[in-house]
Design a protein around this ligand. Structure first.
Ligand SMILES: [Fe+2]
Length: 165
């Protein structure tokens, strides 16, 4: 298993519905640093295996299903997530952007890799590894399912493998 991310094989059937929701949602600052809108898990019901994962890992509790918005020509600075051990993400709009992961060494980051987002595909990232987002041409919208800290990245990675997600 890669310590940074796991690419899922699941091809999402929910992207048109998610994209149609994007302009209707209200994006609020969370943790003072990210524009986020919360979603109900029902919007992902057609991705049956993802829906099963949501229920298995309590992702639907405390509104952990979000769309994160990053405005153009901006950087979401290097950080780790304190409140979730992993995130299962799908980039919906804004491919002129880079999500990077790496290991912090004072002000230098080593072993930097780009998260391999592809249309209609989910990627799980290890949010305890430092990560950042650089966005350019347009508003960037990312679906993000936060896995609560009571679980571990390894546990979710095993579930994904065993259930062929
Ligand atoms: Fe993050």
């Amino acid at each position: 298993m890669d310590e940074y991310f796991v690419k899922l094989n699941t091809v999402s059937k929910c992207v048109p519905a998610l994209k149609s929701l994007i302009p209707m949602l209200e994006y609020k600052l969370v943790y003072g640093q990210n524009n986020a809108a919360n979603l109900n898990e029902e919007v992902l019901k057609n991705d049956e295996k993802i829906y099963g994962l949501i229920k298995r890992f309590n992702v639907d509790k405390e509104s952990k299903i979000s769309i994160f918005k990053v405005t153009p020509n901006s950087c979401y600075n290097w950080h780790t997530d304190g409140i979730r051990c992993a995130a299962i993400n799908m980039l919906l709009i804004g491919y002129n952007s880079m999500a990077l992961m790496g290991q912090k060494d004072v002000i230098f980051f080593r072993n930097v890799e780009q998260v391999p987002y592809e249309p209609n595909r989910y990627v799980m990232i290890n949010t305890s590894v430092s990560h950042s987002v650089y966005n350019f041409a347009e508003d960037r919208y990312l679906l993000s399912l936060g896995i609560p800290m009571e679980f571990s990245y390894q546990e979710v990675a095993n579930y994904i493998k065993e259930n062929e997600l």
